[in-house]
Design a binder for this molecule. Structure first.
Ligand SMILES: [Zn+2]
Length: 62
């Protein structure tokens, strides 16, 4: 099995958010400076969400 690192790129400031962080928190205020965008897990493509959900117990990056 190949490990994939899923990321989500903010469409306002370009900050990269880890998909696993979104999976854990479901919603996350953008960590980008002066950016008020709120990222949501459901914004990720369906296959990415499925992958992250299946990896939750064995794999995480901070
Ligand atoms: Zn942002």
């Amino acid at each position: 099995m190949t490990l994939r690192i899923i990321t989500h790129r903010c469409d306002r400031c370009g900050t990269i958010v880890g998909g696993n962080v979104l999976e854990r928190n479901r919603t996350l205020k953008c960590p980008g400076l002066n950016c008020s965008r709120v990222h949501e897990f459901r914004e990720l493509p369906a296959d990415d969400r499925e992958y992250l959900t299946s990896q939750t117990e064995t794999y995480s990056i901070e």
